[in-house]
Design a protein around this ligand. Structure first.
Ligand code: IMP
Length: 191
């Protein structure tokens, strides 16, 4: 069965593909003729996830799914949230984003935060959403050199290492994205 993963992120595509083969023939955006950036203008993580899947379904008439993620910091009214990638500006620079986050949290004791991933699947015209969450807290300084984004300042609940100090395998066992993908895979394998 043909299924398009509506992402321009090659790394995410390669990560998910083995879980869906051979039952699903997972297609890239370019495989279905989509060469443009997908719209992400709804202002919420769930909305953007649906908007990207909708775009591909409506324009290319194919079953598909899209993901969207973000970091929600409790004391900052759940920001940066949907703006996580460009929190410090259009340059979308991870270090600038971390610096701004640490500045905005200076002197704040309540450092609870969570990563959220929402996947929207459109299958035979029906919509399904899957959510993965990773609870944790924001450190006051960076630790570790691995990962990407906010990983060096994110300490998962119950762990002594930041996401940037973990191997990819360790991170993939607990991450918000892995949890959402697992739900998608479970659903599709049973479908
Ligand atoms: P995306 O929707 O998966 O592209 O994620 C949007 C933004 O959220 C990224 O550019 C990062 O700033 C942040 N983010 C999402 N997932 C992670 C993660 O696993 N570690 C660190 N930052 C993340």
């Amino acid at each position: 069965m043909r299924l398009c993963f509506a992402t321009n992120n090659q790394h995410k595509f390669e990560e998910v593909k083995p879980f869906l083969s051979p039952k699903f023939n997972l297609l890239k955006l370019t495989d279905v003729g989509c060469h443009e950036e997908l719209p992400e203008t709804t202002g919420t993580i769930a909305g953007n996830s649906k908007q990207k899947a909708d775009y591909v379904f409506n324009k290319f008439k194919i079953d598909c799914f899209a993901d969207d993620s973000g970091l929600e910091v409790f004391v900052l009214n759940n920001s940066p949230g949907v703006d996580s990638a460009h929190y410090a500006g259009a340059q979308r620079n991870h270090q600038d984003n971390i610096n701004l986050l640490l500045n905005n949290m200076e002197g704040i004791d309540d450092r609870k935060a969570r990563f959220v991933t929402i996947i929207t699947l459109i299958l035979s015209g029906k919509y399904f959403q899957f959510e993965g969450v990773l609870e944790g807290s924001i450190l006051s300084e960076q630790k570790g050199a691995g990962g990407f984004g906010y990983d060096p300042v994110f300490l998962p609940q119950g762990y002594l290492n930041t996401l940037a100090e973990m191997t990819l395998e360790e991170k993939n066992r607990i991450s918000h994205r892995a949890k959402a993908v697992q739900q998608l895979v479970d659903f599709l394998t049973a479908a």
